[in-house]
Design a protein around this ligand. Structure first.
Ligand code: DX5
Ligand code: ZN
Length: 210
């Protein structure tokens, strides 16, 4: 499945880019940054709500913020269906997962490239997806980190050995060039921003990934 990151969308023509995602992708990927957990600020509820008002595909919000628990309920109210937070941003990840579920959303735990993926293992049975970052969270348009393949394989093996249905989402530097290798490594959902919206033909870029 393909999730398109709206971070690289044209914010002066957001409706057009939302229509594009409705037609060509499987999810809207919404990157929420607070300037504290990551050194960048993206956008917040007014943008999420505007996209939700026209979205025909589920909203997958990726929280790159401290104290994610404070925003879970509002994300659900804004129309988000899948919500991920960074493992090291939460004091009690299990509580955040429970809160996400209590608000009717699918829960995901995210890890940056410097966090051992084994730290995700305890959460695999209780969340619907994990988000393996293939760049350091904070900015679109970064170069894919090649060691991500092995990290995805490690998590895929653990999901299989525990007989679980948790999905693997991969985010950062993804394009038609590495999509096949990512799928072989075990990825279920690929997030792409700049590879889609900065392409001369965005529909072709999604098609290349598929
Ligand atoms: C990075 C974000 C990504 C980003 C991906 O912090 O989590 O979702 O938008 O952008 P590209 O596809 O350009 O690497
Ligand atoms: Zn993201």
């Amino acid at each position: 499945m393909v999730a398109v990151s709206m971070l690289s969308a044209d914010f002066l023509h957001l409706g057009q880019d939302a229509d594009f995602v409705n037609e060509h992708a499987d999810f809207f990927h919404l990157d929420i940054m607070d300037g504290v957990f990551v050194p960048n600020i993206s956008y917040g509820f007014p943008v999420v709500e505007a996209i939700a008002s026209v979205a025909k595909k589920p909203l997958d919000a990726h929280l790159m913020i401290v104290r994610p628990e404070n925003y879970v309920e509002r994300m659900a109210g804004a129309g988000v269906g899948m919500l991920s937070f960074h493992l090291n941003a939460a004091e009690n990840p299990t509580q955040v997962i429970n809160l996400i579920h209590a608000n009717g959303m699918k829960a995901g735990v995210a890890v940056n490239p410097d966090i051992p993926v084994e730290r995700l293992f305890p959460y695999l049975p209780v969340c619907e997806f994990v988000l393996i970052m293939s760049v350091f969270a904070g900015f679109g348009g970064q170069k894919f980190i090649e060691t991500s393949y092995g990290r995805i394989e490690t998590v895929r093996k653990e999901i299989a050995s525990q007989g679980l249905s948790c999905l693997i989402e991969v985010d950062g530097g993804v394009s038609g060039k590495n999509a096949a290798a990512l799928k072989s490594a075990g990825a279920d959902i690929l997030v792409a921003g700049s590879a889609v919206f900065k392409a001369s033909d965005p529909a072709e870029a999604v098609w290349q990934m598929r």
